[in-house]
Write a protein that binds this ligand. Structure first.
Ligand SMILES: Nc1ncnc2c1ncn2[C@@H]1O[C@H](COP(=O)(O)OP(=O)(O)OP(=O)(O)O)[C@@H](O)[C@H]1O
Length: 308
């Protein structure tokens, strides 16, 4: 179970006005009692944004990851076994009394725990769970109750704590492994699109998180943005790839210099497969390698990068 009750280590950086504004609007919606839903392509920072927003509420945070095997037992809870209590009374030698009590042990599911205690629930990638599993959120969001169906508990439902709130994240529906969401659920959420940041905002995040300068960070994000432009739609390498390049280069002492072979090789290893997947040519991998080399060379050495 993932309950993030203590201070979250993950550093969320809001250096661009767009992210700052999105965060503050989302907080207003949560305060007004509406669940917020962040959607957008992979690696744009939806989960990070959801966790940063959850942290602002100053309530314990419960994190659930959507997956097709998630079910009502995980969410509501289940009987996990038996507890037995045995009492043997042999105080008087001739009298032997034995009493045994067996009770079933119940363990609250993650959703029930969050609902009862007024946690902030971050339901990451919720469209990876089956729509039938997510139906339970309809009663929570509409009637303010969590129905305890399918359990042997005597209460039919649990009332939702007034401090309880939910933040959902999802990838768009064309992504592999996601289910279509029922309109009834989407209708109850405030859905906001999280867009890719521009090269300079991504560079600010990287320079903050990794041990490299802002000029070096900008060189990395410029290469990645240039390659992203070759991909259609929202495909292509994300901020995650730029962070990988920055971290490995810094830890392995690889000079962040587009003219250096070692750096080009690092970029090819990290970006090659992703770039090749979004190219519609006869030999996508070969084409991806030459595009990466070209992007590295035109970025050149860090001092050649101009800050905006
Ligand atoms: N504003 C930010 N500040 C700091 N780090 C960030 C920020 N935005 C994104 N990141 C970093 O970028 C990476 C991708 O972010 P995240 O996992 O939140 O993206 P996502 O959109 O949820 O991706 P996916 O859809 O693949 O799950 C992570 O390493 C995260 O720490």
């Amino acid at each position: 179970m993932t309950v993030l009750k203590t201070k979250m280590k993950r550093n969320f950086i809001t250096k661009d006005a767009g992210t700052e504004a999105l965060l503050s609007r989302s907080l207003q919606y949560l305060k007004a009692g509406y669940p917020v839903h962040f959607t957008g392509p992979s690696g744009v920072g939806k989960t990070s944004l959801a966790l940063a927003l959850a942290k602002k509420r100053n309530r314990p945070v419960m994190l659930i990851h959507g997956n097709h095997e998630l079910n009502n037992q995980d969410l509501i809870g289940d009987f996990t076994g038996y507890t037995s209590k045995k009492m043997v009374d042999n105080y008087i030698r001739s009298v032997y009394k034995r009493e045994e009590n067996v009770t079933e042990t119940w363990k609250d599911g993650r959703l029930l725990e969050a609902v009862k205690n007024g946690y902030t629930l971050v339901y990451d990638e919720f469209t990876r769970s089956k729509p039938s599993t997510n139906n339970i959120f309809l009663s929570i969001l509409e009637e303010g109750v969590l129905p305890l169906y399918g359990t042997k508990l005597t209460d039919p439902f649990v009332r939702v704590h007034p401090e309880f709130s939910v933040i959902f994240t999802s990838n768009p529906e064309e992504y592999a492994g996601v289910y279509q969401t029922q309109d009834a659920l989407l209708d109850r959420l405030i859905t906001m699109f999280v867009e890719r940041k521009d090269s300079s905002s991504e560079a600010a995040i990287i320079a903050d998180k990794e041990d490299i300068s802002s000029v070096q960070a900008r060189l990395v994000t410029d290469i990645v943005s240039r390659l992203r432009e070759k991909c259609k739609g929202d495909q292509g390498p994300s901020l995650r790839a730029s962070l990988m390049i920055a971290r490995i280069a810094s830890e392995e002492d690889i000079a962040i210099d587009g003219n250096q072979e070692a750096f080009q090789k690092l970029c090819i290893d990290i970006l090659g497969h992703q770039v090749s997947r979004c190219l519609e040519t006869e030999e996508p991998l070969k084409e991806a390698v030459s595009l990466i080399q070209e992007a590295c060379k035109s970025a050149g050495a860090p001092q050649a990068v101009k800050e905006n």
